[in-house]
Design a protein around this ligand. Structure first.
Ligand code: AGP
Length: 589
């Protein structure tokens, strides 16, 4: 996803901007650029490709500037479409999607204005330039332009001859920060955490003006407002890989501590205001995307087994357009590692509008979703840098299982404690090293199937997503019992199959599916606690994981699947941390 950095202060801006962009690289992008304010002119350097291509900009003069990493939405990845975009005296960077850009562009073209890119963002520069000529005040010019825009935006805007950076935010995160040597703007705290001392996350509709005097904040009517800046802690700075080759491998190693820290960081749910809400809850709705959606499926398995509360899990991008039925006493749980996913934010907003209580489960303290929700339960997985979610998934399950236990307790029903899961995760991690040997069977695969029943199907879905998003191999997570109703036609010697079997009640049934695929020539790989299944002749290789409550098992069985994806991605020559086309946080629709 796109990244923004802005700086104005006593230092030369170029190094600050480039260092900040490097900390945003994990978000995923395809081009980058910086603009340096040099009083009557603005120097712009843009490149298709990585931030390191901007090395020539590092020596540029100017104590104010903006930088951007672009994840292409409108207009192909290219230098001409890279930000910053300028027109006339204005130069800007933009995150988000301007949904009415085409119509506004037509109006600019009718005025004889010439465009130099295929992006929606450039339209904003044209509008701001026109209003600047009228207003002779950049803040007012930006506001007037924003009034014409629909969609989402985070802007950081420069203008020739004006030593200031104007920022605006609507449905796309933007932070302003104060440091000892200047003021900053960024789309993500990690870009400024090392430099800034305190920060404020702009609300939708708010503006900021960064000058040598500091950061001024304004409401949507440009009335000055006072807001509380929170202290920036060192841990919000970008983490390092340490001795690991990739963040993803480091973050898988951190899974047990992520579970442990999350469980120990949870409040006593049975003695909280949230508990009253849980006791009154008659329906549970879960909205999320991707991996977070899979953790929602895992929660459904536990809640319906133990608390017996009807639970629906929605893909957030579907929920927001399905005119959802939200009965009275519905609690909606919005799950999001970043807390900035546009689809999940929109679904959560809709749930509120339909009268639901809203609980957020996120990994980022000052995220938009946390600010939207009435209740927040944080995962404490630590910064997750790799695009592929790993430890945040396990940490989400730690929260969701605890929440399910509180829901059950409110109904006088008991559930096994999740307290031991961190220790079991450590054992699982130790046992999972052997999946590296599976890699050759997957490297040449035409496609891969992950099978499971019940909670094991949730783990299979997540294992499949991990593999495809970083190895680019076609892969599908499938209900083991459903395979024979069509998809079995795809199975042959070029389609290795991973089966997850942790529920003794379902083991024989899933083994039927193993027999079916084995009979069609597929190599079978097993994740199970049951030694007798590992010895089956149909099984090429297996990982034995510790036994636990079967409904909790995805928090363990996913670990070898995370590692499998990592090894296959490496074997195929990819960068597991930065898979093509993907972003860590999808802040656009
Ligand atoms: C998972 O590995 C992907 N990175 C992606 O599916 C992700 O889970 C999804 O975009 C949701 O992100 P969020 O948890 O930050 O909302």
């Amino acid at each position: 996803m796109c990244g923004i950095v802005g700086y104005l202060g006593e230092e030369r801006a170029a190094p600050v901007l480039l260092d900040g962009l490097e900390k945003l690289e994990y978000r995923g992008y395809d081009s980058a650029g910086v603009a340096l304010w040099q009083d009557k002119k603005i120097a712009v350097v843009r490149r298709k490709g990585r931030v390191c291509e901007l090395v020539c900009a590092r020596s540029l003069a100017g104590n104010a500037g903006v930088g951007h990493t672009r994840w292409a939405t409108h207009g192909a990845p290219s230098e001409r479409n890279a930000h910053p975009h300028r027109f006339g005296a204005v130069c800007l960077v933009h995150n988000g999607i301007l949904e009415n850009a085409a119509a506004l562009k037509e109006e600019c073209l009718a005025r004889g204005e010439v465009f130099s890119s295929d992006t929606d963002s450039e339209v904003a520069a044209h509008l701001m330039n026109a209003f600047l000529a009228e207003e002779s005040d950049l803040l007012r010019a930006v506001k007037r332009a924003c009034e014409l825009l629909s969609g989402s935006y985070a802007f950081a805007v420069l203008a020739e001859g004006r030593e200031e950076i104007v920022c605006a935010r609507m449905h796309s995160p933007l932070v302003v920060a104060r440091g000892t040597d200047g003021v900053f703007a960024a789309s993500d705290l990690c870009a400024v955490a090392a430099e800034g001392r305190s920060a404020y996350v702009l609300e939708d509709g708010e503006f900021a003006r960064l000058t040598k005097e500091g950061a001024e904040l304004f409401d949507s009517a440009l009335r000055p407002v006072e807001r509380t800046f929170f202290a920036l802690a060192a841990q919000q700075a970008a983490p390092e890989k340490g001795s690991f080759a990739h963040f993803m491998r480091k973050e898988i190693e951190e899974v047990p501590s992520a579970i442990e820290n999350t469980l120990s960081g949870l409040p006593d749910l049975l003695n909280s205001h949230l508990y009253e809400v849980l006791c009154q809850t008659e329906y549970l709705h879960i909205v999320a995307c991707g991996t977070a959606y899979h953790s929602g499926l895992c929660m459904k398995a536990v809640v319906e087994k133990f608390a017996r509360v009807p639970t629906q899990v929605f893909v957030a991008s579907e929920y927001r357009y399905c005119d959802p039925i939200v009965p009275e006493h519905t609690l909606t749980v919005a799950i999001s590692q970043s807390g900035e996913t546009a689809d999940t934010l929109a679904a959560a907003q809709l749930a509120l509008e339909r009268g639901s209580r809203l609980l957020a489960v996120t990994n980022v303290e000052h995220s938009s979703l946390n600010r939207l929700a009435q209740h927040v339960l944080p995962t404490r997985a630590g910064r997750e840098v790799a695009v592929a979610a790993t430890k945040s998934f396990n940490a989400q399950l730690a929260v969701l299982y605890s929440l399910a236990a509180a829901l059950a307790a409110g109904r006088g029903r008991r559930v096994p404690s999740p307290a031991a899961l961190a220790v079991l995760a450590r054992e699982t991690l130790c046992a999972s090293g052997r999946v590296a040997a599976w890699t050759p069977y997957f490297q040449g695969a035409r496609s891969v199937f992950f099978l499971g029943r019940g909670a094991d199907r949730c783990a299979a879905l997540e294992g499949s997503l991990k593999l495809k998003e970083i190895s680019y191999l076609p892969s599908e997570g499938y209900a083991a019992g459903e395979l024979k109703h069509g998809t079995l036609a795809l199975v042959d010697g070029a389609t290795p199959v991973v089966a997850v079997i942790t529920d003794p009640q379902l083991a024989d049934k899933t083994m039927n599916a193993v027999h079916e695929v084995y009979a069609r020539g597929a190599a079978v790989f097993l994740v199970t606690p049951f030694e007798e299944l590992c010895a089956a002749q149909e099984v090429t290789a297996s990982v034995r994981i510790p036994r636990c409550e079967p409904a909790y098992s995805p928090i363990l069985s996913v670990i070898p699947l995370q590692l499998l994806a990592y090894h296959v991605s490496l074997a195929l020559g990819h960068d597991p941390d930065k898979p093509r086309n993907l972003a860590k946080s999808v802040t656009v629709e």
